[in-house]
Design a protein around this ligand. Structure first.
Ligand SMILES: Cc1cc2nc3c(=O)[nH]c(=O)nc-3n(C[C@H](O)[C@H](O)[C@H](O)COP(=O)(O)O)c2cc1C
Length: 334
C-alpha cells in the first residue's frame, strides 16, 4: 500500500486530534486524550541531533510512547540533511506509524539554528531536506507548517505545493506567521487556500476551542481533519462529545476518575525524579477555572508537602468548586 493511501485511511478515521505541544503532550496526557476520543496523537517535537547523538534521558522520554497510543505520529525537529534521515530511520525502528516534520516552531533558539519555522524561509533548501527524508521513510511522512515567516512572506500555499511534489503525504496548517507566535487570530482562510491548491490531506489547526469550532473549521475550509492544541490543556474532554452530553454530576465524576487515571499514568511513565513536577504541572492545568485557582496553583507549586497530600488538596478544591454532596459519596466509591 502506498504511504499516501495509508495516510488517507488514517485521516478518515481520525478527524479530531490532539496537537503536539512541547512540555505538555507527553505520553500520559496523550493517553488521557485518546481515552476521550482524540484521534491518533503526535509526540512533542523530538530534536533529531539529540536523538541521533546524545540519546539523553529527556529525549528518550519525549520520543517514547505506550503501545496503546498506536497509531502514533512522532515529530522530528531539525534541518540537517544528514542527521534528519538518520533520525527518521530511528523513529521508524521505534515503531512510529507516521513521521511528522516540525516546520512551525517559532522559538528563537530553535529558528536561529535553521529549525522549525525557519525551514519555511528557504524553500529550495527545505525541498532537498524533505527529499532526503522521504527516501528513507517507508511510512506516511507529514509536515506541520505555519502561514509563513512574517506578514510580508506568507508562503503557505507555494510551500505546501513543494512539499506535495517532494512526496509528503499530509500537511497540518497553523495559519499564523512565525512573527505572530501564538498571538492574534489564526486566519482560517489560509487553510482553505492550501486545501484548494494541493491533493494531499490537510489538517487545520488554530484557535479551535470546542467540538463545534472543529466542525466549523472543516465546513469553512474543506480541511480533512482538525488538531486542537491549547484548548485541550487541562481539558482532554474537549475531544469527547459524549462528555458534553452528561449531566453535571456524571461529568464531575468522569473528571475525577480521569484525573486519577492521568496521575497513575504519570507515575508509571516518568523517571522517579520527574514524577512530582509532572503531577504538579497537570494539576495546575486542571485547576484552571476553579474557584481559588490562583491560590490552589500557588499551593501546588510552592508547597513542600508530600505529593499525595497535594493531590488530596487538589481534589478537595475540586469538590469545593462543585459543592455536590453526591459527588463526594460517588468519589468515595471510585
Ligand atoms: C506550549 C506549546 C508547545 C508547542 N509545541 C509544539 C511542538 O512541539 N510541535 C508543534 O508542531 N507545534 C507545537 N505547538 C503548536 C501547537 O501544536 C499548535 O499549532 C498551536 O498551539 C495552535 O493551535 P491551538 O490554537 O489549538 O493551540 C506548541 C504550542 C504550545 C502552546
Amino acid at each position: 500500500m502506498k504511504t499516501i493511501d495509508m495516510y488517507f485511511d488514517l485521516i478518515k478515521k481520525n478527524k479530531l486530534r490532539l496537537a503536539p505541544m512541547a512540555g505538555v503532550t507527553n505520553s500520559p496526557f496523550r493517553e488521557i486524550c485518546i481515552l476521550n476520543n482524540s484521534g491518533f496523537v503526535t509526540s512533542e517535537e523530538i530534536d533529531a541531533t539529540s536523538l541521533v547523538y546524545d540519546k539523553s534521558i529527556r529525549t528518550k522520554e519525549i520520543a517514547s510512547f505506550n503501545i496503546k497510543e498506536k497509531p502514533i505520529a512522532l515529530q522530528l525537529l531539525g534541518c540537517d540533511e544528514k542527521i534528519m534521515p538518520e533520525a527518521a530511520i530511528i523513529l521508524q525502528q521505534m515503531g512510529a506509524d507516521i513521521i511528522d516534520i516540525n516546520m512551525g516552531c517559532p522559538v528563537p533558539k530553535i529558528t536561529k539554528k535553521g529549525k522549525g519555522s525557519a525551514l519555511m524561509k528557504d524553500i529550495i533548501q527545505t525541498s532537498k531536506l524533505v527529499n532526503k527524508i522521504r527516501k528513507v521513510t517507508k511510512i506516511p511522512l507529514t509536515a506541520k507548517i505555519r502561514s509563513g515567516w512574517n506578514e510580508e512572506d506568507q508562503n503557505a500555499v507555494e510551500f505546501s505545493k513543494m512539499l506535495e511534489e517532494e512526496g509528503i503525504d499530509g500537511i497540518t496548517v497553523h495559519p499564523r506567521t512565525r512573527a505572530q507566535r501564538y498571538e492574534g487570530i489564526s486566519k482560517w482562510e489560509i487553510i482553505k487556500n492550501v486545501v484548494d491548491n494541493i491533493n494531499i490531506p490537510v489538517t487545520g489547526n488554530g484557535d479551535v476551542k470546542s467540538f463545534e469550532d472543529a466542525e466549523l473549521m472543516i465546513k469553512n475550509t474543506g480541511c480533512h481533519s482538525v488538531m486542537i492544541g491549547r484548548s485541550a490543556i487541562g481539558n482532554p474532554w474537549i475531544f469527547n462529545p459524549q462528555f458534553q452530553k452528561l449531566d453535571e454530576i456524571k461529568r464531575i465524576k468522569k473528571m475525577i476518575n480521569d484525573i486519577k487515571i492521568h496521575i497513575d499514568y504519570i507515575k508509571q511513565f516518568f523517571a522517579e525524579k520527574n514524577i512530582d513536577l509532572q503531577i504538579k504541572k497537570q494539576l495546575s492545568y486542571y485547576s484552571k477555572g476553579l474557584i481559588n485557582s490562583k491560590e490552589l496553583r500557588q499551593k501546588i507549586f510552592r508547597s513542600n508537602e508530600d505529593i499525595e497530600i497535594i493531590i488530596l488538596y487538589f481534589f478537595e478544591n475540586l469538590e469545593k468548586h462543585f459543592n455536590y454532596e453526591d459527588v463526594k459519596l460517588e468519589k468515595a466509591s471510585i
